[in-house]
Design a protein around this ligand. Sequence first.
Ligand SMILES: Cc1ncc(COP(=O)(O)O)c(C=O)c1O
Length: 388
Amino acid sequence: VEPTAFRKLFPIFDERVYLNSCSQGALARPVQAALEEFMESWHRQGNPWELWCERMEELRAEFAALINAEPDEVGGSGRGAPAGGARPRALDWSDRPRVVTSDFDFPTMGHVWLAQRARGAEVAYARAQGDRLPLEAFEAELDERTRLVATSHVCYRNGFRTDLAALAELAHAHGAPLLVDAFQSMGTEPVDVKALGVDALVTGTLKYLLGTPGVALLYVRRELAERLTPTDTGWFGQADPFAYDVHHLDYAPGARRFQSGSPPVPAVYAALAALRLLREVGLDAVRDQVRALADLAVAGLRQRGLDVMTPDDPACRGPLVMVRCRDVQRLIARLAERDVLCSTRDGALRVSFHHYNSEADVLALLSGLDDNIGLLAPASAGTRDQEE
Ligand SMILES: Cc1ncc(COP(=O)(O)O)c(C=O)c1O
């Protein structure tokens, strides 16, 4: 599916330039149809839980195929939290108390591990160096007491993209598995968890996976999953939920053991349709489109002498680009008046690209910035010198 044909599936583009997929992906007609199918099944059948649970199984298999895992290595949950989804209470901190996360992670990532301090965990942060989080920043925090490295693929607040293969190798050299928060990358490029050596990965489906809020997907390498005993569990984490056995714990094999309650059915319907749509497009094609647009945006911003917070090196960024502002709220309002929808973090303008975006979208953004240039921050003399 070519970007222009793909775009036609998303009615928002009839009226707007949508550059906020990093918060919520746009709604595609087939995803809307899946949500309507869910409602119809409810109308007509009242209580088709068997069908609804089957949809959850299909979603697990579809996501497994997307990341080159086995369906048994994927669990789905109504909890989106990046580390919450990974069930930190399954981890034993007694011999290896350290978890290494980073300055560039989403707040929940810090919160979940900080809450584990009550169970003996020690939280260390790989420190950002300017707009980057180099491998050495992780290396400085890793030791033989490290239980886990937990960080994002793409940073939500400046778009820095971590080299997962290199980080996995580094973590493994210290005997620690790598858990990846892929909320800001999944759906924008191929991710092969086996080839990358990633041990666990969690993502919501609401952003570039083009689903609704409400469901998170968790991959855990089978051998690792089966060494863990979740204490945060429930009937859908059991080998046979429909055994209705209140007296025993009988964990499901693989990553299904990290599930707890019944699946968030509407979100599952939406995610399944969205993942199928992305499979038709192919993530190689999405990556090429997203890279081309991000390159165009970064080049345009730099040409204007603006203070781009996203790394210049295309290998170190994904779909998200940020630029410093003097008055971001006013800028966002001005852009919205022109039907260009963006978001903000840290007082900076945040834009993000997907397969449905076009060069014309980037040009609409840049012309909106040209007309409001006083609301943006110029690159500092120091930054400009480095570039020259
Ligand atoms: C990197 C990252 N992780 C996680 C989340 C969402 O986490 P939660 O499901 O806890 O809302 C987001 C959403 O903005 C995100 O950008």
